[in-house]
Write a protein that binds this ligand. Structure first.
Ligand code: KG4
Ligand code: ZN
Length: 323
């Protein structure tokens, strides 16, 4: 590949606790997609510690970039644009990716493409072989966001609804913590739920007006159920609690998707990896499992539809924590 002229976009993602780099072609083919998860590092604290995340990104960003080039059998010379998540996310974590992207792009006089992390999740659907074409309504459910998005073109989206409190992934993580399943909890609940009865407990699904979501009441309901159990009872009921809790989150998400009445539905973000949610939406376009949780291929994918900043104007570019 190093001898052929292929226009590759280098994507960099460091908005939370994954340090990621990927190479993607202009027509949406993934050449490499490297993700170094810091989950184990944060597990002992029960969640992401921002300062710890920033420091770890600093250690990992160069090796992850090199690994993305190596697995694609490419060199920096094959890269014609650098894309990086600039918002939203943990500010210190974002800054590491933005600084790395500026350094690589500036040294090679390449354009830099600032990418919205949420646009990145949607753009996971635009990679081959799925290559989904708008229009569709997209359920974005992750650790930081739960949104319904109206997607008319690949360059953007309009927010139809969002969570009023916790995100769906956050609900999974907090539930897992109450059940003693560690961090991050979504996958652990997903796995344990397979051995439990989803109808054992009836957890409430909050009804809020419009197309918004609310998950904080659900977490409190689980807390009360767990508090009422002795340790040996909790051990015996853990799988039932996990299954029932997951059922309530999936119900809430599917209800909103049904209510919005869209003809075509797509699902992206970490919670899109949930096996019950995937089964509950059989007609939806689902992000491939490897692209649900944070990665840089989706960032490079989104960059194909964003105006690049020319060299060297982007040296003043800043990250920001909010959308
Ligand atoms: O998209 P993502 O990697 O990060 C954000 O942008 O927030 O999503 C991470 C979230 C975590 O809350 C994690 O528990 C959840 O996705 N998650 C899952 C599953 N796999 C990851 N939730 C439910 N079921 C899963 N299988
Ligand atoms: Zn994300």
């Amino acid at each position: 590949m190093s001898d052929t002229v292929t226009e590759l976009i280098l994507g960099i993602e460091t908005s939370c606790d994954e340090t990621a780099a990927a190479l993607v072609t202009r027509d949406g083919e993934i050449r490499s997609n490297v993700v170094a998860s810091q989950a184990e590092l944060h597990a002992r604290y029960g969640g992401v510690v921002p300062e710890v995340a920033s420091r770890r990104h600093l250690e990992l960003v160069n090796p992850v970039l090199q690994e993305a080039l190596r697995t694609a059998d490419a060199r920096f010379d094959d890269v014609d644009a650098v894309a990086v998540t600039t918002h939203p996310g943990l500010i210190g974590a974002l800054l590491v990716g933005v600084a790395a992207a500026k350094a690589v792009a500036w040294a090679r006089r390449l354009p830099l493409v600032p990418v919205d992390h949420l646009h990145g999740h949607v753009a996971s659907l635009y990679l081959k072989p799925l290559d989904l074409e708008p229009p569709f309504v997209c359920l974005l459910a992750s650790g930081g966001h739960t949104m319904l998005l109206d997607v008319r073109e690949r360059g953007g989206y309009r927010v139809l609804g969002t969570t009023l409190d916790d995100a769906a992934g956050e609900a999974f993580d907090k539930g897992a913590r109450l059940l003693g399943l560690g961090y991050p909890g979504g996958r652990a609940i997903d796995e344990l739920a397979r051995q439990g009865d989803p109808e054992a407990y009836r957890f409430p699904v909050a009804r809020v007006p419009g197309l918004d979501f609310s998950f904080s009441g659900l977490k409190t309901a689980l807390l009360y159920s767990v508090r009422d159990l002795a340790p040996d009872e909790l051990a015996a009921r853990r799988a039932d609690l996990a299954a029932s809790y997951q059922r309530a989150i999936v119900r809430a998400l599917v209800a909103r998707v049904d209510e919005c009445g869209a003809e075509r539905i797509a699902v992206v973000g970490g919670v899109a990896a949930n096996s019950e949610l995937r089964t509950a939406l059989p007609d939806a376009a689902l992000a491939p499992l490897s692209l649900c949780t944070d990665n840089a291929a989706m960032i490079a994918s989104a960059a194909r539809y964003v105006e690049p900043l020319p060299w060297p104007a982007y040296l003043e570019l800043d990250a920001r924590a909010t959308a």
